[in-house]
Design a protein around this ligand. Sequence first.
Ligand SMILES: C[S@@+](CC[C@H](N)C(=O)[O-])C[C@H]1O[C@@H](n2cnc3c(N)ncnc32)[C@H](O)[C@@H]1O
Length: 222
Amino acid sequence: MKRQVIQTADGSKTLFIPEMNEQYHSVNGALTESEYVFLKQGYFHHPSPSPVVFEVGFGTGLNALVTALKAEEQKRSTTFISIEKYPISSNEIKSLDYGKTISGKAVDLFQQLHAASWGKEVTISEFFTLYKIETDLTTFSLKNLEPFDVIYFDAFAPDKQPKLWQAEIFDRIFEASRTGAVFVTYSAKGSIRRQLINSGFSMERLPGPPGKRQMLRGVRLT
Ligand SMILES: C[S@@+](CC[C@H](N)C(=O)[O-])C[C@H]1O[C@@H](n2cnc3c(N)ncnc32)[C@H](O)[C@@H]1O
């Protein structure tokens, strides 16, 4: 799949797939979206001092990077499990260069996140452990993973990749979560909200990041 590096409205970059006419983040601001949807409405919404985060789509590593920075800042021992079917190339990592966009401290961290081996837990810093799994969410069993406290559901849009936004996937994620788990996604689609409710999450609509009216957040109450 061919990908291009493009600039988004807040100055941070993202990847664009011409064949799908789809990008990895909002063109209205990749970093802004990542910090708002996943950190603010997801990671910060869970009270655990040692959360397990599960991400669908490691992609550029931007969500992992902003979470790792916060984990250090807040001294919150975070385990970050992320699955990815199509890891990006070293040239793409170099061109995205998120570290430079964020802070001096983030430069090395961004490299470390990408250099970490796939398929095993890697200690990135005192408060951040990364477990990247190269696999396909539609066939991978979540049963042997540590139960999730926070879920970053960051697949390509439902109309571009409907297979990933199915009831069966949400059921499996619900079952792999702890009581109190927080599920966040940038999508605000009614059909997705209803499927997540059927899977057991208690859902709310929240104001979206720039350029999007709303997003979804769910909590596992039982
Ligand atoms: C919207 S992008 C977001 C990526 C990432 N969270 C980021 O911050 O860059 C969606 C990601 O899901 C990955 N993906 C697509 N299909 C997948 C599948 N079946 N299983 C696992 N990951 C998949 C894509 O390769 C891509 O990296």
